[in-house]
Design a protein around this ligand. Sequence first.
Ligand code: FAD
Length: 388
Amino acid sequence: MSALDPLSDEQREIRELVRTLARERIAPRAAEIDKQAEFPWDVVELFRENELFGVLYDEAYGGIGASALMTLVVIEELSRVCATSGLIVAVQELGSLGIKLAGTEEQKQRFLPKLASGEWLAAYALTEPGSGSDSAAMRTTARREGDEYVLDGGKRFITNAGVAHVYVVFAKTDPDRGHDGISAFVVEADSPGFSVGRIEPKMGIKGSTTGEVFFDSCRIPVANLLGEEGEGFRIAMRILDRSRPGIGAQGLGLAQGATDYAVEYARGRETMGKPIGQHQLIAGMLADMETRCEAARNLLYKVGRMIDEGDTGPELTKLSAMAKLFCTDTAMAVTTDAVQVLGGYGYVTEYPVERMMRDAKITQIYEGTNQIQRLVIARELLKESRTS
Ligand SMILES: Cc1cc2nc3c(=O)[nH]c(=O)nc-3n(C[C@H](O)[C@H](O)[C@H](O)COP(=O)(O)OP(=O)(O)OC[C@H]3O[C@@H](n4cnc5c(N)ncnc54)[C@H](O)[C@@H]3O)c2cc1C
């Protein structure tokens, strides 16, 4: 470990393994995954074979020892070549965090080992047609009947809809109590009354499924309640504090992948008698792109280290939102610049940067739009005393 590279030797080895897998096995598939817009089960199989999901889980639950920093590095490396593949890992973490943070030992033993091996995929179901940024305005309900909860309603824009086995779902157990009336549940895909609706065609991350899920008198055991009744909103926000850096990592990977491609292109493409990289206006763009990536990486890894050191307070809420905001705004700016560096070739699908630009856009929207991140950062900032 050095001041410049916060990873231990073992972590660097994992990064090398993932980098090689990404370059050799996933990069050649990325354009096809985008074109076919089909969930890449072969990539999931590759992750299973290489025990990549294990990075997200403690050894007690079949993982190799959860590390937030390492999770970010894995998502970054995968997203450098294919943002859909990076998202598979990010959403496995997002969908598992409710169980990790609020689950009982029995729940952890029941669900986490199958998620750690990759046998099951996970999803996080908060958003509804009428409630995205204002998530507490959800309408899905859950009422207790004996040993079961009965869920009614529906969720929209759920990543992994139709491919996940386990959905962490938020529903109102006491609709009159606002935030305090929301509870969190694990709903298995084979629960009676659960169904998957429309899968959305999208601008980017086309291999990832984004869809509706419905609960029609959907019955789940009381044993699937996470935490206590009424704790759901707090659990949802604790999950987002921990998962938002993962979307930052997806954004950073996209930005670095686009920068790397643009630099190589600028070395080879000649106009007016020299490589375009030697025209100062292009050189300046490349310098800004790389600088933005490096600044984003430093902020992101700082959050990873904070989580690994057990920091869960308001500072984490603020820094996690900052990392998501900065890395994903960087992704959009840098991928757009990469298209510009390639000129007309940047705009056609034969080259990867237009795909990276389309993929980058969603990182500014999901897991809280970047407007919402700014509100979160400002709220935490205004709570702090700045003069003591
Ligand atoms: C591809 C994809 C995958 C997704 N995956 C998931 C998932 O797995 N699980 C899940 O639960 N959700 C998921 N989402 C939903 C996503 O998190 C929401 O779309 C997002 O939070 C925004 O909500 P909304 O679309 O309802 O927009 P709205 O909340 O209607 O916002 C519309 C606009 O208004 C702005 N805005 C809203 N309120 C304010 C405010 N108070 N101040 C300033 N500006 C504001 C927003 O920033 C945005 O620009 C996904 C969405 C997409 C497109």
